[in-house]
Design a binder for this molecule. Structure first.
Ligand code: HEM
Ligand code: HEM
Length: 240
């Protein structure tokens, strides 16, 4: 069996799938409020009736919004405290993305990469900004729905337009994210998002800078453990 290396921790997988699943329900329930399912007869399909109820859609939207806000807050606090910023975009990422995509399509050599490729960091920024816009404008929309709300009409209207625009951009972003896995070069990453580990050979070849960093860190950890064990054994023999 080929050797594996841990790429996505349990926390990362919880964040990824927590956002993905809550967003899936937010899209379904957001579109359900418009209401497009009745217009296109989706509600006449077996088991599709609930999609036509505005209040069921709104309750589902609120529930999924709560889960999304929790997961996003966890993501921001967790990685800031641990000082893990591998996925934050860097200067020159647009140019580097072009070089990587060209190499992927023409079979050329990609530049050595960190944990995330330049286009992955840009994808994170695009998806992340849209999610933040949806959360902020969503909160304004919730406040507007409260009894006796006095939110200015211009803010409500701006929030509604931005909420709708960010919905469209996010759906396009998710579409592009999924299309990326049609390319064979990206497919080994899918295993990592489900099981945590990816093939060591793949990591070494495609994310060499990250791979070497992890390997060196693991080597240092093993060495430190050995020294600790040796010191303990020495102290014990002195005690006797
Ligand atoms: C609402 C749906 C989703 C959202 C918002 C989302 C978001 C993200 C973001 C922001 C990243 C980091 C940037 C990147 O690597 O491109 C990522 C990585 C990833 N996602 Fe998703 N994702 C979604 C659905 C999915 C699905 C359905 C799959 C299954 C194929 C998937 C598999 C992955 C993989 C394999 C990675 C790469 C991880 C790595 O580099 O090790 N995602 N996702
Ligand atoms: C991925 C995230 C989200 C997507 C794709 C999404 C999508 C939508 C869509 C398509 C609508 C219907 C159009 C409209 O009324 O403007 C809507 C309405 C709404 N959304 Fe979201 N939304 C998301 C996140 C949120 C969040 C995080 C909140 C709350 C904090 C929220 C609160 C609301 C509210 C209150 C409404 C209006 C309900 C009403 O008509 O009274 N949304 N959303």
């Amino acid at each position: 069996m080929t050797k594996k290396i841990l790429r996505q921790s349990r926390a990362n997988r919880f964040i990824h799938w927590g956002t993905a699943i809550s967003i899936l329900f937010l899209i379904i329930s957001g579109l359900g409020q418009l209401p497009i399912y009745k217009r296109y007869y989706v509600t006449t399909l077996p088991g599709g009736e609930w999609l036509g109820s505005f209040f069921e859609m709104l309750d589902l939207h609120y529930l999924a919004a709560g889960i999304l806000i929790f997961v996003v807050s966890f993501h921001l606090v967790y990685h800031t405290l641990r000082r893990e910023f591998d996925i934050m975009p860097k200067k020159g990422d647009i140019k580097e993305s072009y070089v990587i995509i060209k190499a992927m399509l023409t079979g050329g050599k990609e530049p050595p990469a960190e944990k995330y490729l330049a286009e992955q960091r840009l994808a994170y920024l695009f998806i992340g900004v849209n999610i933040l816009v949806l959360i902020l404008t969503g909160i304004v929309k919730v406040l507007k729905n409260l009894e006796g709300s006095q939110i200015p009409a211009t803010l409500v209207s701006a929030s509604t337009h931005l909420h709708n625009l960010a919905t469209v951009l996010l759906i396009l972003g998710i579409g592009a994210h999924l299309v990326a896995f049609v390319l064979k070069a990206n497919r080994p990453l899918i295993r990592g998002m489900f099981l945590g580990t990816v093939d060591e050979e793949y990591a070494e070849e495609r994310h060499s800078l990250w791979y070497n960093r992890v390997k060196n860190k693991n080597k240092l950890k093993t060495k430190a453990k050995e020294v600790k064990q040796k010191t303990r054994a020495k102290n014990q023999s002195l005690d006797v």
